[in-house]
Write a protein that binds this ligand. Structure first.
Ligand code: FBP
Length: 549
């Protein structure tokens, strides 16, 4: 395999870990836990894994005799930088306990477990992937692991390979399913433990015990580098407004973090749009006002950051999408049989008049995108909706109106961008390389302690890595009941941007100044070698959140 100089250098990087994990560990138990909400319902559904205590690993002098144990690993959902290091951490942790332990990877996501597609992860293979981006060592997928048939089918291969523990590396939905699997295997005495690891660049799997999901750090740094470069281009060429959509299926953490890193002229936060019940028109008018004010200074350029999930947070759009989801779920065949150029009309005639009016008000391309196939979790595939183009076009129309009223006198030329896939498989930053390896190593310690239904947790992450705290959190602790596909289900509570949280407040206090300023911040590329100030800094979001604890 051809390798770049950086690939060769990164192969020998030794990730930093919490001090306790370098030697023998013992467990310190916290208090029994409760789910974040709906305690009675969640308890009833998880009689075997509810209420367990939080765990912390501390140094110990005893060296237990670890029996031989095989472990399985699954990568689930969207790629996130550092996934390979989680697997390397699990591998090293298991091998350090007993050199005869084996690690198997199930291929292309949870589907690999059900379909019995796997490979053994050898030392040579792991060494090829240390500190690299991507999930390609075993691939990932979005198959939902949720039925008893799937669990039983999975158990067949786990028994065949003598696997005693399974680590599922995924986001909130995948970890919810991991917990249901842990509960089921425990209830039938299957002899298989299930441990989760918090992954997603979206940053929306976090809580009191999980400070951040892995991949968020690297992805935001990659996007911020490129936005910074665009801002320097703005200041040099002085002729374009850049409309930049950023990944984050639902929450706006990525957009907010990038805004904190680069100080753009405008950044939309979906959670604020929803809280203030803003319409698309309100957002467009607000951006147009900023454009007009900057034009008065002769600054016909700037940056607008748009979170990917925005559409679903605009109340009128949310209602429309909910009705479309329902309508298409029941009428997909009729929809598919309708000639392409009549499909939108077919939908509009069969949904409520209010939602049909919203659908008809959208540019055809966007309306069409809203009727596209849903993902396996029933979500609109927001990454396919071109909100950056929609907003750029709508702002242009608004400015033309303002020009007519004498309220704008500038030039408006736009460039649109979507940054998502560019950052999902990047070389993990030192933070993610260290954090992921530590999460994996902690997962192996949880396995050795016989735990199931826990998520690997590494805390105190704004301190140097040797002061990080490794432990485990019962997944049921993060759950509440939510309506999904018409049924109440136990799910891990998604962490959206908190409007009273420190990162949003910091942004809100400064955004008016940033709107008029061209004194942008240019973060530059991720640094891997140099001083900790340059290479090991966590995200601004994490620093602000932890500083306020
Ligand atoms: P996860 O929540 O599975 O980590 O995926 C996050 C994400 O990258 C989103 O930001 C984006 O909307 C989505 O995946 C894109 O999905 P796909 O990879 O199927 O295009």
């Amino acid at each position: 395999m051809a390798k770049s100089a950086l690939q060769i250098a990164r192969a020998s990087y030794k990730p930093k870990m919490p001090k306790a994990l370098y030697g023998q560990v013992k467990i310190e138990e916290g208090k029994p836990t409760q789910s974040v909400a709906d305690q009675e319902e969640v308890k009833k559904l998880f009689p075997n894994t509810y209420g367990m205590p939080t765990l912390k690993f501390v140094e110990s002098n005893e060296k237990p005799n670890y029996p031989v144990m095989n472990v399985g690993v699954i990568l689930s959902g969207g790629q996130a930088p550092g996934g390979h290091n989680v697997i390397a951490g699990i591998f090293d942790g298991m091998k350090n306990m007993n050199a005869a332990n084996r690690v198997y990877g199930f291929l292309m996501g949870p589907g690999g477990l059900v379909d019995h597609n796997y490979k053994e992860l050898t030392a040579e293979l792991i060494d090829e992937y240390r500190n690299t981006g991507g999930f390609d060592i075993i691939g990932s997928g979005r198959t939902k692991l949720e039925t008893k048939e799937q669990f039983d089918k999975g158990l067949e291969i786990l028994k065949k390979l003598d696997i005693k523990a399974l680590v599922i590396i995924g986001g909130d939905d995948s970890n919810t399913n991991a917990c249901v699997l842990a509960e089921y295997y425990k209830s039938i005495n299957a002899g298989v433990q299930v441990i989760g690891c918090p992954k997603t660049i979206d940053g929306d799997l976090k809580n009191e015990m999980i400070e951040t999901s892995f991949g968020f750090d690297t992805a935001c740094k990659v996007y911020s580098e490129v936005i910074g470069n665009i801002q320097r281009d703005c200041n040099s060429a002085r002729k374009y407004w850049h409309f930049i959509k950023l990944m984050g299926r639902s929450a706006s953490h990525i957009a907010l973090e990038c805004a904190l890193q680069v100080q753009p002229n405008y950044c939309i936060i979906s959670e604020e749009v929803e809280a203030k019940a803003l319409s698309l028109d309100d957002i467009v008018k607000d951006i147009a006002n900023v454009v007009a004010k900057r034009a008065e200074m002769g600054h016909n350029f700037g940056t607008v950051l748009i979170p990917e999930g925005l559409i679903e947070f605009i109340p009128a759009m949310k209602d429309l999408i909910a009705e479309l989801n329902d309508f298409l779920a029941h009428n997909q065949d009729k929809f598919n049989a309708t000639p392409k150029n009549e499909q939108l009309q077919f939908v509009a005639q069969n949904i409520s008049a209010k939602n049909a009016a919203v659908l008809n008000s959208l540019p055809e391309g966007v309306a069409r995108q809203l009727t596209l196939d849903r993902d396996p979790h029933g979500n609109v595939q927001v990454s396919l909706i071109e909100t950056e183009k929609l907003l750029a076009e709508m702002v242009k129309t608004e400015l033309t109106k303002m020009k007519g009223n004498g309220k704008y006198n500038g030039k408006f030329a736009t460039m649109v961008h979507f940054f998502g896939y560019e950052g999902r498989c990047a070389f993990p930053s030192n933070f993610d390389a260290d954090y992921c390896y530590s999460l994996g190593y902690t997962a192996s310690a949880l396995i050795a302690s016989g735990k199931t239904g826990y998520m690997s947790s590494v805390r105190n992450t704004t301190a140097p890595a040797d002061q990080w705290i490794a432990g485990g959190v019962p997944v049921t602790m993060m759950m509440n009941m939510e309506r999904r596909h018409g049924e109440m289900k136990p799910v891990i509570q998604k962490a959206l941007v908190k409007l009273d949280g420190a990162p949003f407040k910091f942004f809100a206090e400064r955004r008016n100044d940033w709107a008029m300023s061209s004194d942008y911040v240019y973060p530059g590329p991720i640094q891997f070698y140099g001083t900790p100030e340059l290479c090991d800094q966590p995200t601004v979001t994490l620093k602000l959140e932890q500083a306020n604890k």
